[in-house]
Design a protein around this ligand. Structure first.
Ligand SMILES: NC(=O)c1ccc[n+]([C@@H]2O[C@H](COP(=O)([O-])OP(=O)(O)OC[C@H]3O[C@@H](n4cnc5c(N)ncnc54)[C@H](OP(=O)(O)O)[C@@H]3O)[C@@H](O)[C@H]2O)c1
Length: 293
């Protein structure tokens, strides 16, 4: 039986990865900092990990003692570990913690390391994507065979637009830019397919439906049965907004830089999967809250 280590297992994508690998018969070792939280349902429909994990590795990914042997005895690693809403510095997590896990994989002779990155990240000037890009460089030159998956935004992130629609107006920087967001279950299946195929490489993987940001916002308004109200924000205001935001929180300004990069550039991966954003929005219409229940 194949033993697979999943890091970032408690996140939106990580939970679907664990579920998919468990369904395919892998022995799953999951890294988490809090098992009881992991066994609660995740955000936006992501599953509870209860009953899906064969071996728990509970600890802090920034603790070198904990991470040193985390990959001992596994055949492969899949990492969905990265900072999104967490407060940490992406250089400590997206780069540093993934690097430490890669070192463990190198020392223990792991056969394959699959890293979930982000589409277009190497062109974005946010520290978040610089940290990921630095890790990708180390991964792809490591002795461990590597796979890099570059997705556009997940359905979970599209709930930001859904939230705007709930509040009555969506604000977009460049409504004509395109994206094919992907559901966590579809991306997890794509990662599991790659892992099982075993081939090294890099792939851009998106969902089945292509939207402009304007169409995506319209999809959210329609799911809610609300009048479509969309305001275009001139991209030129972004630089002063980022400057002011960084006075209050460099981390939040960096996240804003990353998010707006995704809205100002096409983010389109090879279409895959069966989940449709319109259905996802419809399922959350009337039940969603800002916390991602
Ligand atoms: N969301 C998107 O639209 C999107 C698009 C493209 C790429 N990505 C990338 O895909 C990966 C997964 O995204 P996601 O949306 O599933 O993110 P998520 O829900 O925030 O999950 C991130 C995972 O990383 C862990 N993590 C983050 N900061 C940590 C820290 N300081 N210490 C320990 N663990 C930490 C989280 O643990 P806890 O649960 O304990 O916080 C969680 O398991 C990320 O690298 C993200 O950048 C996301």
């Amino acid at each position: 039986m194949v033993k697979t280590l999943v890091t970032g297992a408690t996140g939106y994508l990580g939970r679907y990865l664990v579920a998919e690998l468990h369904r395919r018969g892998h022995t799953v070792r999951a890294v988490a900092r809090d098992r009881s939280r992991a066994e609660q349902p995740g955000s936006w429909g992501a599953p509870s990990l209860s009953g899906l994990v064969d071996e728990w590795a509970i600890g802090e990914v920034t603790d070198s003692t904990f991470v040193g042997d985390v990959a001992k005895g596994v055949d492969s690693v899949v990492s969905a570990l990265g900072v999104t809403t967490q407060k940490a510095d992406p250089w400590d997590i997206d780069y540093g913690a993934n690097r430490a896990i890669l070192t463990s994989a190198e020392q223990h002779g792991v056969g394959l390391f699959c890293f979930v990155n982000v589409i277009g990240g190497d062109r974005c000037t946010a520290e978040l994507t610089k940290a990921k890009t630095a890790f990708v460089e180390e991964l792809t030159t490591s002795s461990v065979p590597s796979q890099v998956i570059d997705p556009p935004g997940y359905f979970s992130d599209m709930m930001q637009i859904f939230g705007m629609a709930q509040r009555g107006r969506a604000y977009l920087f460049d409504p004509e830019r395109k994206i094919n967001p992907i559901h966590g279950a579809d991306l997890a299946a794509a990662c599991a397919d790659r892992l099982e195929a075993g081939e090294q490489g890099r792939w851009e993987v998106g969902g089945p439906d292509l939207f402009t940001w304007e169409q995506l916002a319209e999809c959210a308004f329609d799911a809610l049965g609300k009048t479509r109200r969309i305001t275009r924000i001139p991209p030129g205001v972004l630089t002063p907004i980022l400057g002011i935001a960084s006075l209050f929180s460099k981390r939040k300004a960096d996240t804003l830089r990353f998010v707006t990069f995704g809205m100002l550039n096409d983010s389109v991966g090879t279409p895959t999967g069966t989940h449709h954003l319109a259905d996802f929005f419809a399922a959350h219409a009337g039940t969603s809250s800002a916390g991602g229940a």
